[in-house]
Design a binder for this molecule. Structure first.
Ligand SMILES: Cc1ncc(COP(=O)(O)O)c(C=O)c1O
Length: 356
C-alpha cells in the first residue's frame, strides 16, 4: 500500500536523537531554543515559542490573548478537532462559519454576520496547506477589534501575497509525525509581540519565569530537546520537502481527469500538506476510497464528520447549518503527496484515480 503519509526518518534524525541522549540533557534546552529561532525565521516573526503539540500551541495562544468563559471565537467546522477543543479548553464558545468551496477555507464574506458583542477572536485554518484569504480576514479583525490566531498546523512555509503564514496574527503550528516538518509530537506559537511571547512561555511552564516562583496558574506543556532535535533536522530541509510536494501535486494536476482537483488561488503559495480531490455528481466517495485502498493506494478523508455535527459539540453550539462544509465532508479524498513518493508510486496513484 502506498501510505497517505510517511514521516522522513533518515540518518540525520537518528543521529540528532542519539546526540541528545548522549548529552544526558533531555528536557527543554538548547535544541528547543534553536528550533524556536529557526521557526521564527521561517515565519518572519520576532519570536517563536515551542509547546508539546499543535493542540497546546492553540490552547496557550488563546489563553495568552485572555480568551475565556463568556467569549466567542469564530472558526471553521471543517478542521481537525484541536482547532475547536482548544477554544473549549479556555471556556469560550466556538461559532462556526461556512467555508469556500474552492479552497476549503473559512469564507470571509460570512464572518461579519457571525460577530456578536461577545466575539473576541477569529481562527482561520490554512487547511491542507493552502493559505486563507488573509487580507479579508485581517480587514474584518481590524475593523471589529478582534484577535486573529492562525491555525497553521498544516501549512508551514505557505505564503499569502509573499508573506509566510503564521506571521499575520498569532501563528500556531503542529510538528506531529505526519506534518510537513515534524518532531514526532510538538507545537509552535509565532508572534511579533514580546510581552505575548513571554506570557506563552510562562503558560507552558507553570506560570513561572524563575524556577520555583509562580506568578499565575500555568501548565507543563513544554517540548523536549529530543523532539526539538528531530524538528531541527527537518526544518533544515523544509524547502526541499516543499519542492517535492509541489512537484508531486503538479504531476497529479496534469494527469488526474476523473475527479475535481484542488486549485491554488492567485497570490497563494500552497505547501500541499494534503492533495485533496472531490468525488462529485452523486458518486459514492466511500466506495471510491475502498476501490483505491483495494488497489494499494492509501487515502485519507479529512474530515468525514464536520465538527458542528459531532455529538458533544452539537450540544454546546446547537444545530447549525453549514451547507458547503457538509458537502465537502461528503466529497473529499486526500491522496498521498508526501516527499517520499517514487515515480512508480505517482504513476500508480494517477492510474488508479483515473479508473474511478
Ligand atoms: C488543523 C489542525 N489544527 C491543529 C492540529 C493539532 O496538532 P497536534 O496534533 O500537534 O496537537 C492539527 C494536527 O494534528 C491540525 O491538522
Amino acid at each position: 500500500m502506498i501510505p497517505i503519509a510517511k514521516p522522513w526518518i533518515g540518518d540525520a534524525e537518528k543521529q540528532a536523537v542519539l546526540d541528545v541522549l548522549e548529552s544526558g540533557m533531555l528536557v527543554q534546552g538548547p535544541r528547543v531554543k534553536a528550533l524556536e529561532e529557526r521557526f521564527a525565521e521561517v515565519c518572519g516573526t520576532r519570536y517563536a515559542v515551542a509547546t508539546s503539540s499543535g493542540t497546546t500551541a492553540l490552547h496557550v495562544a488563546l489563553l495568552a490573548h485572555g480568551i475565556g468563559p463568556g467569549d466567542e471565537v469564530i472558526t471553521t467546522s471543517f478542521t481537525f478537532i484541536a482547532t475547536v477543543s482548544s477554544i473549549l479548553f479556555t471556556g469560550a464558545k466556538p461559532v462556526f462559519v461556512d467555508i469556500e468551496e474552492e479552497t476549503f477555507n473559512l469564507n470571509p464574506a460570512l464572518i461579519e454576520e457571525a460577530i456578536t458583542p461577545r466575539t473576541r477572536a477569529i481562527i482561520p485554518v490554512h487547511l491542507y496547506g493552502h493559505p486563507c484569504d488573509m487580507d479579508a480576514i485581517l480587514d474584518i479583525a481590524r475593523r471589529r477589534d478582534l484577535v486573529v490566531v492562525e491555525d497553521a498546523a498544516q501549512a508551514i512555509g505557505a505564503r499569502y501575497k509573499g508573506r509566510p503564514v503564521g506571521g499575520f496574527g498569532t501563528g500556531c503550528f503542529s510538528l506531529y509525525a505526519t506534518k510537513n516538518v515534524m518532531s514526532g509530537e510538538g507545537g509552535m506559537i509565532t508572534t511579533n509581540d514580546e510581552e505575548f511571547a513571554d506570557k506563552c512561555r510562562m503558560l507552558r511552564s507553570h506560570g513561572s519565569r524563575r524556577r520555583y516562583y509562580y506568578e499565575f496558574l500555568g501548565y507543563n506543556l513544554r517540548m523536549s530537546d529530543l523532539h526539538a532535535a528531530i524538528g531541527l533536522t527537518q526544518i533544515g530541509r523544509l524547502d526541499e520537502f516543499t519542492a517535492r510536494r509541489r512537484a508531486n501535486a503538479a504531476y497529479f494536476n496534469e494527469r488526474i481527469t476523473s475527479v475535481i482537483i484542488p486549485i491554488v488561488r492567485d497570490g497563494c503559495e500552497h505547501v500541499w500538506h494534503q492533495y485533496t480531490v472531490r468525488v462529485t455528481d452523486g458518486r459514492d466517495r466511500d466506495a471510491a476510497v475502498r476501490q483505491l485502498n483495494e488497489a494499494g493506494v492509501g487515502t485519507g478523508v479529512f474530515y468525514p464528520v464536520p465538527l458542528h455535527q459531532q455529538g458533544y459539540i452539537r450540544e454546546i453550539v446547537g444545530r447549525v447549518s453549514l451547507p458547503v462544509t457538509e458537502q465537502m465532508a461528503r466529497e473529499v479524498i486526500s491522496l498521498p503527496v508526501h516527499p517520499q513518493l517514487t515515480e512508480a508510486d505517482l504513476e500508480k496513484i494517477v492510474d488508479e484515480v483515473n479508473r474511478l
